[in-house]
Design a protein around this ligand. Sequence first.
Ligand code: RIB
Length: 303
Amino acid sequence: MSKIVVVGSINADLNTRVARHPQPGETLMATGGGITAGGKGANQAVAAARLGAEVAMVGAVGRDAYAAPATELLRDAGVDLAAVAETDETTGLAVITVDAAGENTILVVAGANGTVDAAAVEKARDLIAGAEVVLLQGEIPAEGFAAAVAIAREAGVRVVVNLAPVIEVDRDALLAADPLMANEHEAGLILDQLGAGIDSEDPGRLAAALLEVGFPSVLLTLGAAGAMVADAEGTTAIPTPRIEAVDTVGAGDAFAGAYVARLVAGDTIRDAARYAARVGAFAATGRGAQASYPRVGDALPEV
Ligand code: RIB
C-alpha cells in the first residue's frame, strides 16, 4: 500500500516565454511551445516520490497524444498509476506563460481531470483507506474532493489539502485539512469561502483566522519570505534559502510534495516545512514543473 495517495490533476503543460504578458486583445510573439508534465496533483506526487516516498495517484487522463508526456515523469518517479483512469475526455492541458521577470500566468483546461468525481474516487476506496496521508488540491471536481476526504476520515487517514486553485468545496471536507496549505491569496479566499474573511494579508493574522475557523493546523507559503506553520502549539516562521529564481512554475507543488514526503517519514510539521522550503527553492532554479524537482541525493540550497 502506498503511504501517500494524491487524488488530483494530471496535465500536459504547454510552456511559452514572453518578454511581457499580453494585454487583452493583444497578440505577442513568444518562444518555447514545448509540452512538459504538469498538473498540481501530478506535480506533488512526483515531488514526493522523487524524495523516496511511496506514492499512488488517483486521477484521469485522455486517450490522446498528451497522455504520455503528462504521465511520463510520474512513471519515471515510480508513482503507482493503477488508479489513473483513461477517459474519452482530453488530457488536462495547462497553457503557461512566463515573462522576462519570471512572473507566470496559467490557464487550465480540466479535460479528463473533470471526471475525477465521487464515483471515480469511490473506485479507489481501498487505496485511499490504506494510505497514511491523502493529499488533495483544487483541480478536480468538488464532489471528488469531498468523496476522497470522506473515505480518508472514515479510515482515519490524515488529510492534507493545498486548495489551489481555490474552488468551492464542502465546508466539513475542507476543515478536515491537517494542515491546510495555502499562499496568502488563497488563504484569504478560503476564509471568504468559510464566511470568516478578514481585511488583511498579514500572514500571522491569516493563520490565526484559519485556526479560529476550525483548521487543526495551517501551513502558509509566503514565496521568498518562506512559510509559516501554525497550530495549537503556536506559530513558527519557516525561512527559505535565497536563490536566483529561473521559473517558479510548480515550485509550490514541489514544496507540498516534499512536505508530505517528510511527514510520512516521521518529521514534525515544522521540520517537514523547513525541508520543503529548501525543495521549493531548488525547484525554482530549474525550468518547468516536474523536471525541476530534486531527487534523493541532490544538494538542496541552504537557508
Ligand atoms: O502549479 C503548477 C501547475 O499548475 C502546472 O503544472 C499546471 O499544470 C497547473 O496545474
